[in-house]
Design a protein around this ligand. Sequence first.
Ligand code: ZN
Length: 415
Amino acid sequence: MIAEGVRLAGAPDRIVDIEVADGRIAHIRPSARTESSRVALPAFVDLHTHLREPGGEEAEDVASGARSAAAGGFADVFAMPNTTPATDTVERVAHLRTLAGGVSARVHPIAAATLGRLGGELVDVEALRAAGVRVFSDDGSCLDDAKLVADLLSYLAKFGGVFAQHAQSSQLAASGVANARVATGLGVAPWPLAAEENVIARDIALAERTGGHLHVCHVSTAGSVAILRAAKRRGAPVTAEVTPHHLALTDDLLTTDSGEFKVNPPLRSQSDVDALRHALRDGTIDVVATDHAPHPAARKTLSLTDAAFGFTALETALAMTAEVFEDANKRVDWASVARVLAHRPAAIGGIKAEAGRPIRVGEPATLTIVRYGENFTIDGARHVSRSANTPFQGRQTRYMIEKTLIDGAVTYSRD
Ligand SMILES: [Zn+2]
């Protein structure tokens, strides 16, 4: 028995025992238990993970990042290509796959959109497609050149590939480090809302004309949500993600010139957070993606201008997502949590044959068991990730991962 006395995400009133054989769910039987504060979900899929290897092993490597993913309930992570060197050729994709052999999560390479992520020349999309790559992104850098975006989307339209854009106009955001609303008071360069919104609007127009699938990374503004909502109503081929931190934190945290809460895109205002949470609930934003961005402490304990962008997020994603789907009595809509952390990201990433599957007999036993109801304290120092730069340090949560399985094999167990 791999799970005794658990609720099911899709049928939370039932308490069941789950048995596994040969990596698949063999039986789901009514449990002898009549009370349970544990729920089984399809294991999570992250479309946006920074594993840092090669080149950034001081912060994370493929093995440690995969362990962190498993501890966060993830079975599958899509690895962003902003490593050193960038994942921009078939050989580098193959190297990443070698590094990912035998680690605690399935690692899916995202290829750079342009060579060296420099924005000048597209990668060999056809060769990378043949090597099994489905998602392309210059994440960390926006692909500013509209002609290159249009050409890439045209190629991708032919085989159902995805372009994941880091929407940040380099002209408008320049060297901005904080939401424009608070940047002036802090004496730092502003990262304005329009720098995100105008790239999303442009890219949606290009996606609609080419038929290529645009996926918008880490949406952060209410204006972006409005643009996405209108585009989806028209049937535009666009999907979008939001991070755990943009769902939970505001720019009110930036009270001093410290890099602790520095992230890209920056934390926004409460009205933006409210719009993002609403958009996740109504499906305008498809998925929660972590943008897990580990950094050594020395790179975060600097000024806002000098610190590195980003937070660890794999091990806190479930808690922040569940809170979005709580009702007034703190009952969680677990089916929606499964939708945004498993079913939809698996579909967008093109892995729905093996990930984000419904929990039923015959399906792969790729599951996450969540415990809820007690108070747990988030502590980056106790996280599995090599880095501890969580913006949720000391925060209380009611949700934690008890166990993660891939094809019946336990990849994480809290005990
Ligand atoms: Zn990004």
